[in-house]
Design a protein around this ligand. Structure first.
Ligand SMILES: *Cc1c(COP(=O)(O)O)cnc(C)c1O
Length: 388
């Protein structure tokens, strides 16, 4: 009898032939800015640990203390018995930070977006989505079975005309967007989206995965940077990027959070976060607030890197902040450049379709507060040398 999974060999072969095969690579011992990969020490320009907190001794100690107090595993979903004082305290801290009435916690940011969208709309509703939105927003929309209207990247005018074509067609409407786009590092036109949401009585969900802790005068995210945080009724964040921990959250009104606790399936049917992860995230949030130099430093690294790269004729798009894409074309170009950098001691991931559209393969450099100016200068030298 032949293996019913044999079809995978053919499909995988085609996938690899297009330069799209992915492989896990395990890193060894790690500090905030370096790790070992295949026996070589490299500087890490490929993490979302923007504030350099994932390996911070205070965050690690908080996780340790949380595990000592509450045990490691949560043991059950939050509504059963997987909810501790540590989770409750984190929600209070996050709500205060976000200046919202309440916060709901999810196992991951992915689960937060997926579960929230599916809890807010169904087949009677319409969702308007930026073409470059993150996979978890797209999957949440698909799961909800709402009608999907995709608008071109950051094109508020096109969104306006889509909304104008649909009056009365849907029971409810929802606009969803990344606040900071994960692969391009640019910001959504959130002021215009907030205007449109108000004009059309639509809900507005902003995924602040790359905004939380990074953008805005207080690190509250892209919506705060653009002065519209209070007009975004559903703000989704992650604990796993700038806050160096694990988990996702939604910040909003008590009405919204109560609804999610009752209807968002990943929150209801998945085991709660370890209390230790909540303790670590609380500590990281406190550090993010009390050490604004971290945000300032990563913006200065990002600015320096962009200036040096455009002087070297590399295309970095309209990014701002810590995500600096180096736009190329084919998967092979991105893989080759990443490999050359690795040989020079810098880890930068090659990003290929389907993560980004065909013809826009790239390197995705992320700078963090743990990098030194010499790290950034060294990366620029390596990129210039790779081109010559
Ligand atoms: C990483 C990411 C997520 C998922 O967050 P996790 O906490 O890692 O699951 C959601 N949205 C965007 C835009 C992301 O980049």
């Amino acid at each position: 009898m032949s293996d019913p999974l044999l079809w995978i060999d053919d499909e995988s072969h085609r996938w690899a032939a297009r330069g799209l095969r992915r492989q896990l690579r395990s890193r060894g011992p790690t500090t905030a800015r370096r790790f070992q990969l295949e026996g070589r020490e490299v500087v890490n320009f490929g993490s979302n640990d923007y504030l350099g907190l994932a390996a911070d001794a205070r965050v690690v100690a908080a996780a340790h203390c949380g595990a000592e107090t509450y045990g490691w595993g949560a043991g059950a979903s939050p509504l059963v018995s997987g909810w501790t004082e540590a989770h409750e305290a984190l929600c209070r801290d996050l709500a205060e930070f976000e200046q919202t009435e309440a916060v709901a916690l999810f196992p991951t940011g992915f689960a937060a977006n997926l579960g929230t969208i599916a809890a807010l709309v169904n087949k009677d509703d319409g969702v308007y989505s930026d073409r470059l939105n993150h996979a978890c927003l797209i999957d949440g929309i698909r799961l909800s079975r709402a009608a999907l209207r995709i608008y071109p990247h950051r094109d508020a005018d096109r969104l306006a005309s889509l909304l104008e074509r649909d009056p009365g067609r849907f029971r409810r409407s929802l606009i969803v967007t990344d606040g900071v786009f994960s692969m391009d590092g640019d910001l959504a036109p959130l002021d215009q989206l907030a205007d449109l949401a108000e004009r059309h009585s639509a809900m507005l969900l902003v995924d602040e995965a790359h905004g939380t802790g990074v953008f805005g005068p207080d690190g509250r995210g892209a919506a705060s940077a653009l002065g519209v945080a209070e007009r975004v009724s559903i703000r989704v964040g992650t604990l796993s990027k700038a806050l160096g921990s694990l988990g996702g959250f939604v910040a909003g009104s008590r009405r919204l959070i109560e609804w999610l606790v009752n209807h968002a399936r990943p929150l209801i049917y998945s085991t709660g976060l370890p209390a230790a992860a909540a303790c670590a995230a609380r500590e990281a949030l406190a550090i993010a607030c009390s050490e604004p130099w971290r945000r300032e430093l990563l913006f200065s690294h990002g600015h320096g890197l962009r200036t040096a790269l455009s002087a070297a004729d590399y295309e970095t798009g309209s990014s701002s902040g810590p995500i600096v894409p180096v736009l190329l074309n084919t998967p092979e170009q991105a893989l080759q450049l990443a490999e050359q950098l690795l040989r020079r001691g810098f880890f930068v991931p090659a990003i290929r379709p389907p993560t980004v559209p065909e013809g826009t393969s790239r390197l995705r450099i992320t700078v963090t507060a743990a990098h030194s100016e010499e790290d950034v200068a060294g990366l620029v030298d390596a990129l210039v040398a790779a081109r010559d």
